[in-house]
Design a binder for this molecule. Structure first.
Ligand code: KG4
Ligand code: ZN
Length: 362
């Protein structure tokens, strides 16, 4: 079957065509119109501007997705769209476009949760894919949460940030040290420089970092965002506030902040906190595979560290390629396929919602 899927929850408009045979996915097209150049001027996403930009591009990227796939609408068997969570005005564009297209062409429609979509990016691999039950991390601009996938459709949240998300914190702190929005990738690269500067080792810099003089000196001490209450929860606002105070102290002293060393320290605390909670989640769920997904899953240090955590436990880890970590339509098609298999159809009454709908439970 052929699926046409839409994603418009934040600042990327995407339309993708994905073919499925025997539960194996082939991405025929995955067109992404990014708005980051527009939002960069404001240092972050401006919701109203995002909605308008989605409206402007959604028709043309749909034509493009079909054209690149070499298909017509009559070849499409299922339409999927992200319906929640996200920016409400942005979501409404994808939901209404998908709804109109599906209803007017008599094609079944499925609504997809954005987080389930991120996790489903791991199903798009040509190689092995995770088998439920599995543990999943969704690390993005809006989420830092750990989930248990009981099946490809049945999901429970087992840990989350109580305040800021990891990606949002990279974006905000990155902005303060002059990295343009979205700062995640620039932060990743600058941290690499900092780790190498601290250890003098261009290869094993991360594992040697803790023993380095730069780490041990009290100069840049920052708190861990891993909550010490036995839960799988995080708090990134404490780390963020401490980092801002540290930057202010440098400013007050009139000394320039060693940007790379600072970024490395920040990344280290963020990555170690996630590694610690993922390790605990894998311990509590023996025999489960592990998936890491979301925009922040593109982070090179997090990818390496969580690969190590999984290997130590003998757990299979699935990380999508960097090109599928950010928001895209193909992941929505993969998640939507399983909703379709479960008979979870939407109709013309479908509405978008800004809210998370995944239930909590340990
Ligand atoms: O999943 P995503 O595309 O959108 C949301 O659903 O939020 O994630 C975007 C987030 C941004 O905060 C961006 O800075 C971050 O992912 N990001 C990264 C990297 N690449 C993107 N964060 C850390 N390291 C990266 N390499
Ligand atoms: Zn996302």
């Amino acid at each position: 079957m052929n699926i046409l899927a839409f994603e418009s929850s934040c600042d990327e408009t995407s339309a993708a065509v994905v073919s499925v045979t025997d539960d194996r996915f082939v991405i025929k097209s995955n067109i992404i119109a990014s708005q980051v150049d527009i939002h960069r001027l404001y240092g972050g996403v401006v919701p109203e501007i995002a909605s308008r930009a989605h409206i402007e591009s959604i028709s043309s990227i749909t034509y493009e997705a079909l054209e690149v796939a070499g298909m017509a609408l009559s070849d499409i068997d299922l339409v999927c769209t992200t319906a929640n969570p996200g920016l409400i005005g942005a979501l409404l564009v994808g939901v209404n476009f998908a709804k109109a297209l599906a209803v007017s062409n008599n094609i079944p429609l499925v609504a997809v949760d954005h987080i389930k979509g991120h996790i489903a990016s791991a199903y798009l691999s040509e190689g092995d894919v995770p088998k439920p039950p599995f543990v999943a991390l969704a690390a993005s601009g809006g989420h830092t949460a750990i989930y248990k996938m009981e099946s490809y459709t049945d999901i429970r949240m087992i840990g989350t940030t109580l305040d800021d998300a990891i990606g949002e914190s990279f974006d905000k702190i990155g902005r303060m040290i002059g990295i343009p929005y979205p700062a995640g990738r620039g932060f990743d690269e600058l941290s690499r420089e900092g780790f190498i500067e601290a250890t003098g080792d261009p290869e094993s810099f991360y594992s040697k970092y803790r023993k380095s003089a730069a780490y041990k000196s009290g100069e840049m001490t920052l708190p861990s965002p891993a909550l010490r209450d036995g839960s799988l929860n995080f708090s990134f606002s404490g780390l963020k506030t401490a980092a801002i105070n540290l930057l202010h102290r440098y400013e007050q002293k009139g000394t320039e902040i060693p940007r790379a060393l600072f970024a490395a320290r920040y990344t280290y605390e963020a990555v170690e906190a996630v590694a610690q909670k993922i390790d605990a989640a894998l311990e509590a769920n023996p025999g489960c595979d592990f998936v890491m997904a979301g925009g922040v899953a593109a982070n090179s240090h997090l990818r390496k560290r969580l690969t190590e955590v999984a290997a130590r436990r003998g757990v299979r880890i699935f990380i999508p390629p960097v090109s599928l970590c950010g928001d895209n339509g193909a992941m929505i098609a993969a998640a939507g396929y399983y909703e379709y298999r479960n008979g979870n159809f939407a109709d013309s009454s479908l509405n978008a919602s800004a809210l998370d709908s995944i239930v909590t439970g340990g």
